[in-house]
Design a protein around this ligand. Structure first.
Ligand SMILES: *[C@@H]1O[C@H](CO)[C@@H](O)[C@H](O)[C@H]1NC(C)=O
Ligand SMILES: *[C@@H]1O[C@H](CO)[C@@H](O)[C@H](O)[C@H]1NC(C)=O
Ligand SMILES: *[C@@H]1O[C@H](CO)[C@@H](O)[C@H](O)[C@H]1NC(C)=O
Ligand SMILES: *[C@@H]1O[C@H](CO)[C@@H](O)[C@H](O)[C@H]1NC(C)=O
Ligand SMILES: *[C@@H]1O[C@H](CO)[C@@H](O)[C@H](O)[C@H]1NC(C)=O
Length: 628
């Protein structure tokens, strides 16, 4: 899964041990009594379609501009093959939602292979699995259709199939074919569909072409395993979706509309997303909920709250004018939670999901402190809260900001607030104790955070800073219920915003596990349910720590935010053996990217002598001791 894994992390630790000439000692005594319970859902994910994290990313459909969606589609990603021409056809709509089709014109007398290619989202990852290709065809045709996956520079074939098919000029016929593939060495692969020109009388129309590899957990219309697997490995607890700004839309009419993201793909019009590109909405409401179910994540549904995101500010919708939007959310919740006897529950069942989904967390809006949303947010929040709470008293509500001047003067009991924190490494570290002395009455969701500096890839110092901040969160996980790094995924070839947790190209082997990914992974998979008291003679900084336990296992998370290696002694009563995972680099600027993998975690077994575990935490390091 990791293409650039040439460096073996296991060699790093002994090397750094030997560098430890001038070290200071930090001695930690972990109590095995008492403690505070930790939020059981502390770590998870925030997802919105940004930098092709969805279309072209975790959503497994691989052809770009596949439905010619949008008001003025062009032939982006398509090219003619052979002696033929291509056009966007408005006269032969596939459906009301997909009002365009791809027309292939072939002049009389042309024979031999003619057709078209699609270059995917900066390539097509052919991973060797069995692919599924579906499309619609209209026109007077009877003959063979050849579909191939070919190297765009090499012409090497990684998959092909021949379909014998006829179609009519009066309507579209749906075609579906599987393609056995062999793994391509990079993403430079084209999808190609051709027919014998002699068999075409004039023109043929093609609608909504889809290409899927074997998906994660074989879910139809599902996720790309290349990205789903490393996320699954994090063992997160929740997924916040569909945004983020991408929930809001640049205007009211461009907001994310749940009921246009459900049902057959040919009935989903898609929408202009907030992050420059058109969203197919193939990754729609049900697909998000399957994603949650398939990874054991609790959904955190963001709902549109009367405010669209416009540069220069915007006028929120308030008062009676909010009513239709509140009703729309109630319909959405009935679609998600209603049984088949309800109108929208029955609609969900008709789309193949009989059982209601589990949903207990709803966030009202997104970042409503920004762009002119603050002044009206208290009113808007209250209106949505009252209506939804009356029908779903078990739902936990999350206000989209923690800024008290935007919130109702008294939040309804049980409401959480969402606090976002994109910050420099030093600032994150200085906020280590941000939650220590806060009032415990209003729980926090840190719905987005990361170290952001100079539009850089996640780098070692920044990732250590995130770990310090997370240690602060974990120590306060009676108050902070959930925290999610953001943004999550990034297609290397179409990015303007960094950092992101995982990056990828369309090389089927390339997933770039950033230093921050490793930190999230280490913290999430080593979770206790009780935060334990730690006594030490040392003050926090440059070494930070938090201890927890679950059953007989104790976890001590450590960060060394400094250039000096540190000798650590940890005492935990009756613990004798453990496993130490360390992510470190002496260069605070070291990072993993599409061109290099410099930092990977190493894991060693450790044993306690006289009740004490001793080890050296290298410079710029994050460590987790799991003692049993
Ligand atoms: C990537 O995300 C950034 C903001 O997070 C946005 O400015 C940029 O337009 C996005 N790039 C693409 C290609 O969508
Ligand atoms: C995408 O980026 C990767 C990594 O930088 C590069 O190897 C590949 O050629 C790029 N693909 C395209 C289509 O530009
Ligand atoms: C499409 O048209 C053909 C011929 O006109 C007809 O036999 C067929 O039933 C039609 N299919 C659909 C789904 O309407
Ligand atoms: C979606 O919901 C809106 C508002 O509730 C409604 O006007 C619209 O007709 C619905 N669209 C579909 C496709 O059901
Ligand atoms: C438990 O929470 C209280 C109140 O925030 C705090 O004072 C105490 O230090 C916490 N104990 C542990 C072990 O984290």
């Amino acid at each position: 899964m990791v293409a650039f894994s040439a460096l073996s992390g296991l060699s790093a630790l002994p090397l750094l041990f030997s560098l430890a000439q001038c070290v200071y000692g930090v001695s930690l005594d972990v109590s095995t009594e008492g403690g505070n319970s930790s939020s059981p859902i502390l770590y998870g994910f925030m997802f919105e379609d940004i930098n092709h994290s969805g279309d072209g990313g975790i959503y497994a459909q691989l052809l770009r501009n596949n439905g010619l969606q949008g008001s003025q589609p062009d032939l982006t990603a398509w090219a003619a093959v052979g002696d033929a021409t291509l056009a966007v056809d408005t006269q032969n709509p596939l459906t009301e939602a997909i009002p365009h089709s791809l027309r292939l014109d072939v002049k009389q007398g042309v024979s031999g292979a003619v057709g078209f290619s699609n270059e995917g989202y900066w390539g097509i990852p052919v991973d060797g699995s069995e692919f599924l290709n579906t499309f619609w065809i209209k026109g007077d045709f009877s003959g063979d259709i050849t579909v191939r996956l070919v190297g765009s520079n090499t012409g090497i074939e990684y998959g092909s199939t021949k379909i014998t098919q006829s179609s009519h000029s009066g309507n579209f016929t749906k075609v579906s074919a599987t393609i056995p593939t062999k793994k391509a060495p990079d993403g430079a692969v084209l999808y190609q569909l051709t027919v014998d020109g002699a068999a075409v009388r004039g023109s043929l129309n093609f609608g909504l072409l889809e290409l899927f590899p074997q998906t994660f957990k074989s879910r139809p219309n599902g996720l790309k395993p290349q990205l789903a697997q490393p996320l699954d490995a994090v063992k997160g607890s929740f997924l916040r979706f569909p945004g983020g700004n991408n929930l809001e839309g640049a205007s009211e009419s461009l907001r994310w509309k749940w009921n246009q993201t459900i049902g057959p793909l040919e009935d989903r019009p898609g929408r202009q997303g907030d992050w420059t590109y058109y969203n197919t909405d193939g990754l729609g409401l049900d697909e998000y909920l399957y994603w949650c179910e398939d990874m054991g994540l609790a959904p955190v549904l963001g709902v549109w709250a009367g405010f669209a995101l416009q540069s220069g500010g915007n006028t929120p919708i308030t008062g009676d004018a909010l009513k239709p939007y509140i009703d729309d959310v109630l319909n959405e919740l009935e679609y998600i939670r209603g049984d088949s006897s309800t109108k929208y529950g029955a609609l969900r069942a008709s789309y193949g999901r009989k059982d209601p989904w589990t949903l207990t967390m709803v966030e009202i809006g997104n970042e409503d402190m920004l762009g002119g949303g603050c002044a009206s947010y208290a009113e808007r929040f209250t209106a949505f809260y009252n209506a939804i709470h009356a029908t779903y008293p078990d739902i936990t509500f999350i206000a989209s900001t923690a800024q008290s001047n935007c919130l109702p003067s008294k939040l309804p009991a049980g409401t959480w607030v969402d606090f976002h924190n994109y910050n420099s490494a030093n600032n994150l570290v200085s906020q280590f104790n941000q939650f220590d002395n806060l009032d415990r009455a209003v729980p926090y969701f840190i719905g987005e955070y990361s170290c952001q500096q100079n539009n850089a890839w996640p780098f070692m110092q920044g990732s250590v800073a995130e770990a310090v901040y997370m240690i602060g969160i974990e120590r306060n996980s009676d108050l902070v219920k959930m925290a999610a790094y953001a943004p999550l995924l990034q297609l290397v070839n179409a990015t303007q915003w960094r950092p992101n947790l995982l990056a990828f190209t369309q090389n089927p082997d390339v997933v770039i596990e950033t230093t921050s990914y490793h930190v999230q992974h280490m913290f999430s998979v080593n979770r206790g349910d009780t935060i334990r008291q730690v006594t030490s003679d040392s003050a926090f900084g440059p070494v930070y720590w938090v201890a927890s336990s679950a059953g007989n296992t104790y976890y001590v998370k450590l960060a060394n935010y400094g250039a000096t290696p540190q000798d650590i002694t940890v005492s935990i009563a009756a613990k004798t053996s453990g496993k130490l995972t360390v992510l470190a680099d002496h260069d605070p600027n070291a990072y993993n990217s599409d061109t290099q993998t410099l930092v990977t975690p190493s894991e060693v077994d450790v044993t306690a002598t006289n009740g004490k575990f001793t080890f050296t935490l290298p410079a710029w390091a994050v460590g987790v001791l799991a003692a049993t």
